[in-house]
Design a protein around this ligand. Sequence first.
Ligand SMILES: C[N+](C)(C)CCCC[C@H](N)C(=O)O
Ligand SMILES: O=C(O)CCC(=O)C(=O)O
Length: 530
Amino acid sequence: MSSFRALLRTRADTRLSSVRSLPSSHFPKPSPQAISQCLRFNSSVSSPPAQDASPDSTPAVEDAKDLPDQDDSSSSSASEATGGYYPRLRQLSDEVLQSQKDVTALQGQILRLRKSLRTTQIVVEGGPFSIIKDWGFNPRKVEITHENDFLRVGQHKIPNVWLRDNCQCCSCVHGETKQRLLDIFSIPEDVSIRTCAEFKTFVEVTWSDGHHSRYDKDLLRAAAQNVKGRAVVRQGHPVRVVTWGSEIAKNKPKCPWLKPGGSMTGYKPNETDDDLILHVLRKIRRYGFCYIQDVPPTPKATKALLKRIAFIRETHYGGFYDFTADLAKADTAYTNIALPAHTDTTYFSDPAGLQAFHLLSHTDGEGGASLLVDGFKAAETLLEEDRDAYRVLATVNVHAHASGNAGISIQPYRGFPVLEHDVETGTLLRVRWNTSDRAAVELPLEDVGTWYAAARKFDAILKRAENEYWEQLRPGTVLIFDNWRVLHGRSEFTGKRRICGGYVNRDDWISRWKMLHFGKAEVLGRLASD
Ligand SMILES: C[N+](C)(C)CCCC[C@H](N)C(=O)O
Ligand SMILES: O=C(O)CCC(=O)C(=O)O
């Protein structure tokens, strides 16, 4: 083997030898000519990116002194080697260099294509973006007919497998848990209807395998609803959304709470706790927030109120929180600085659904006013003023993190857009906006300016005076808001300010709302289609 190749082999072996100690005599010492040639060779090849510096890559000869000694006898073969091999090596390195340039050029093309694809996706004209404004829920009366071995609802032919899978009889559905007991995949795939009898509110079917089923007609009609109609109950869509700006201060959604002794103020004598909670949740569904007045200014009473909606969500801040500006938790909420309008827990895959604040006390100081902004209103405005910016915020994913507390760095399993839409109905479902906790913007680095430009427009809308509703919270009044819609913030403050409250999961409070609003029969009756 020529000493030049031996030299390269040496370098490779040297790297490998780091894991095994070979005597230095094992390595041929290169001639000064070979070294100088090799150094020139290396200096002519651009230093490979770090990832190329793998142990098995061509060893770079950084410095002759770090090469093992080599006797002169091999100098002639070294010069022979450089004469023989160097031009070829030089040619190979030029080819490698060119390939690297080609790869870089291709990567650029791929990124530009991806961007244009994203842009194409963003600029889908007439996108479904909309905000549910007024969505009464009224299943259409749809004719149900039986045709040979199929049921038809309106123009929809119902697949027998779906029908069989959604048999509601006590052997197919557990009476208490409402869970399916039936294993549809044990039923022959070609199961068909042998007989069908239609009654006023239900249809009775005898199957080819002898099983009997009864189907509530509303269940069949719900299944035949268009996609939008099906999300109404599942998403607990409101009867009517009212978007607002600063003028909401003149008409704040509020509900009186239980007076001491349990008498409910402002409610009909026979109303129950559930009616009270329904009033609160209905206002939250409609306006995105609600004040509950006459609540004893204690953590205990506040916690009891929240638990009557649903259980309180545990997070790295604890469950029920009671905080002041002492950095007890490593987050700026536990300071006295001003906080711009934001939504909380954008770093969770499933951000908190409801958030509650009950100002318990504020002594020896001032400030600390609370800010609320209707994210749906701001989105509506952006949609009207700059559809392209809206599309960017509706389609570019953004990551977030919570990393202040010891041993914690919470991030969602994927990025999410600032304006997130129901995939079925296309309606705006969630606003995620928190500049403090934001992490990566999911675009090629050279393209992130597109997102920042759109976000700047949204930020400016959020900060318009006509969209900001400022309120000084008071002990005895609990603020509960929809953290998927309403942004909150505060002005800076001095003195000692204490707030308690808690988070409630989205699914838990929507469950509570829809069971109170639609009723159990309606909700369970639509599970097969929602
Ligand atoms: C005090 N409390 C627990 C309500 C909030 C804690 C901080 C929330 C965080 N800055 C966020 O935006 O998610
Ligand atoms: O202190 C406040 O009024 C609000 C704090 C806050 O924004 C938060 O806890 O997320």
